[in-house]
Unconditional design. Structure first.
Length: 131
C-alpha cells in the first residue's frame, strides 16, 4: 500500500517538492558553512520524495535524550534555516497542498504537504523513522 501511495504522491507534487529540498541542500552545501543544514535538507528531500511508510519525529523523543540539534544550538539552527530556506519550502508545500485539495483524490496528499510544510519551517532536531 505504501508503494502505491508513494507513486501517487510523486504525481501529486512530491517530485517537484523533493527537487526543491535538494536545491536548498545544494545551495547550503556550496556555502560550506551551511553543511549541517544541507545534510538535514537532503534527508528530508528523500522523505519528501517517498513519505508514506515513514514519519518525522523529534530526535529527543525518539532517542530519549537531547543532543546538539535539539537544544539551544538547534533552535538557533532552525531560525537560520527559516530565514534562508524554510519559508519558501513551506510556501511551496502550502501551494501544492492547495492544488491537491481542489480534487477529492488529492485531499490526503494535501494533508501530507501540510505536514511537510511544518517540517520545512523547523527541520533541525527531526529524524525520519519507519512508520
Amino acid at each position: 500500500m505504501a508503494l502505491l501511495l508513494n507513486l501517487l504522491w510523486i504525481l501529486f507534487g512530491g517530485f517537484w517538492m523533493a527537487v526543491g529540498w535538494a536545491i536548498a541542500a545544494v545551495i547550503m552545501a556550496i556555502t560550506i558553512v551551511g553543511l549541517p543544514w544541507a545534510k538535514a535538507a537532503f534527508t528530508i528531500a528523500a522523505y519528501t520524495l517517498l513519505p508514506f511508510g515513514q514519519k518525522a519525529v523529534s530526535r529527543d523523543e525518539y532517542f530519549g535524550r537531547e543532543d546538539i540539534g535539539t537544544g539551544p544550538l538547534g533552535l538557533l539552527g532552525n531560525i537560520v534555516w527559516f530565514v534562508l530556506a524554510g519559508w519558501w519550502l513551506a510556501l511551496g508545500h502550502l501551494i501544492t497542498a492547495l492544488l491537491c485539495a481542489v480534487t477529492i483524490v488529492g485531499i490526503p496528499f494535501a494533508w501530507a504537504h501540510l505536514k511537510l510544510a511544518g517540517i520545512a519551517l523547523w527541520p533541525i532536531g527531526k529524524v525520519i523513522v519507519p512508520a
